[in-house]
Design a protein around this ligand. Sequence first.
Ligand code: RP5
Length: 226
Amino acid sequence: MRLSCELEPATAAGLLFSVTLGEGRKSVTPPMPNNSQGTTSSGSIPLVGIIMGSTSDWETMENTVKTLEQLGVPYETRVVSAHRTPDVLFEYASSAEQRGIEVIIAGAGGAAHLPGMAAAKSVLPVLGVPVESKALKGLDSLLSIAQMPGGIPVGTLAIGKAGAINAALLAAAILGGKYPNVRESLRKFRESQSTKVLATPDPAKAARQFAEVIAPAAKPSRKKRA
Ligand code: RP5
């Protein structure tokens, strides 16, 4: 059986990821308005492949995208389900390296096999983001992703938003060894984060200032009736 994948030309909805199985052809529709290559410098080849098990993971994985955008790291996004579209997963993971992807970030929830299976089909570093599940609050996702048997590692991040942000930062740290501009972006990100924390050393004082000075000044003044 022939199995290949290709990117369709851009459409209004973004790029479609197509899978060819033998003579048949199946297009997987985008999960979100811009399910596509996202870059800050247009035309850049994606270095990070962000995959997720379902469109319902987007709320979490959007944080990975936002963080990579802040750092100026080109990425692409796809819904690739280990359980519902296993052939797409195999094709995506096994072709990622030759397409120029250098790090895969995989977010999934529940019995989350996506990161582990992606890691099994590629020698690229795979970072797993456990998406918070309804039933077990993401503990199931965390254990499914972290407890890989020896031999196939998945770098596992925290559950939910924090993990999604950190996956992007860790991907940037990995890429920083090869791309000095990415390392510099990461350094600036850290500096700006420290500056923000140092700007509010005493939250009690800041809250008092807000209540006494800023909030009253922001209130619309009431006009007196004649
Ligand atoms: C996993 O199942 C996905 O990663 C998602 O977190 C979870 C639930 O998927 P939906 O039923 O919301 O599509 O494969």
